[in-house]
Design a protein around this ligand. Sequence first.
Ligand code: ARG
Length: 565
Amino acid sequence: MEQIKKILAACIAKHIDGALNEEEIINLMEYPADAKNGDICFPCFRLAKAFRKSPAAIAEELSGKTELPACVDKVSAVSGYVNFYFTSVCYTELLSGVTFDGDITKTGEGKTICIDFSSPNIAKKFHLGHIGTTIIGNSLRNIFGYCGYKVIAINHLGDWGTNFGKLICAYKMWSSKEKVERDGVVELERIYAKFNKEAQENESLNQDARDAFSELEKGNAEYREIWRSFREISLKEYMKTYNLLDITFDSFTGESFFTDKMPAVVEELREKGLLKIDDGASVVDLSAYNMPPSLILRRDGSTLYPTRDIAAAEWRKKEYDFTKCIYVTSAGQSLHFAQWFKVVELMGYKWAKDLIHVPYGTMSFNGEKLASRTGNIIYLDDLLDQAVEKAEKIIEEKNTTLEDKHGTAIAVGVGAVVFNALFNSRIKDVDFSWDTALSFEGNTGPYIQYTYARSCSVLRKCADITESGAGDYGRYEPNSDEKRLVKQLTLFRGKVQSAMNDCEPSVITRYLLETCGLFNQFYHSSTIIHAENETKLFRVALTSAFKVIAGRCLDLLGMKKTEEI
Ligand code: ARG
């Protein structure tokens, strides 16, 4: 499609006296919503000033003058637009080029990008608050990877901080190795909650916790060992969820990894004259940038979340020499990122501009904030289990011949959750609803996977053609449903590009949904398996192109490709 746009832009450029260059013309081109207005159109509104004429008059003139390239057999002027109509041959040629993606996969070549995502806080169960970063982050990783970048997927585990002082104290008072091994993270949550409750009555507990954390930072062997076991147990539970979602990481360098790297960072900040003592704590003043100060060291000398992020960024730059380092977290952390990005800039690092925060909207439940303290909480493994169970039940009812029923149920159940998490533009706040999350009808993951499986089934039945190659369908005249689907498939590359530029996987979910709609329309209106000659060749090739593009989208979103449902 890019090729055709270029050809048309060159034709138009000849008649507008340089008022717009070819690239500007291409960027202005649109796809008319209604096929009766052609396949591509060029709006003339931007030319009105230069030509001192109405857009309608300019469109009229241009449509009369422009000589048509071979791929176009008609041109019309309607309400200020020049509409171009493609020939049938043009469509068959477009179809043959649909699955080519060489340009896309070159854009990131030789560049490394770090994506920091998921990053739960250990000793806490994985709950819905982290679903966004986990699923959006994973999809971005796939999208950048598809565009040729070398992606380093980093799980910056929240495994350091004063809360571990509390946990260690609580553990020594009320728990044991056996209990933690038996009940896992649930036990850690129990003693943490108990500690907070008791500390409300007994303020000295908080001082004990601060002392314990300070000891931990200094390297107290007993505390280190307890902390290590908390980390191990938490990670073991998270891995189950990651395995179910089929998400992997290249690195688990969490906050604790940077403990021995922080003194140097603090020293550097001091040397560069950025540290200021404020009530005993060390901070970087950001009032000139309308932000509260960035906290680097507490009064007792212990480090904070921003300190660890600055240390991590410096380390990643050295280790990976990234062209970009992306952080996917809820919008609630936007200020935190803006602050420490600024500190890195003030430290004089040019690469501060390559640090990018990708925020997403918050998730609530029953209109209220998710919080374990109030019990308003949904655990991710409960959600995934229920989704898989539901898929299993439906598969059991509908199809008894399917070989791998359980595997399919996992693919469909998990796919439903993933698609739902990626459906809205990421910044939108969402009130979680069990009904929507577990819905398999309408605009859902299962609908997409079902449509994908439908295309696979058609192709299995046309194996004689698919195995011998598509054959020559060059003279076939596509009907309007087929044209729409071909055109839709050609848009794939542009969609990947914009999903990448905006770090917005919902561009792909929306596109995939529309594409499946058009495929189903084509499937219902056209005989494929029992068609003949060129008609069959063209339709099988179209089905096959759909399968390739839909399959790529599923890969980008992190959903399984179901050959059979
Ligand atoms: N652990 C944090 C949380 O759960 C997210 C960490 C995000 N990454 C980072 N480098 N700060 O809120």
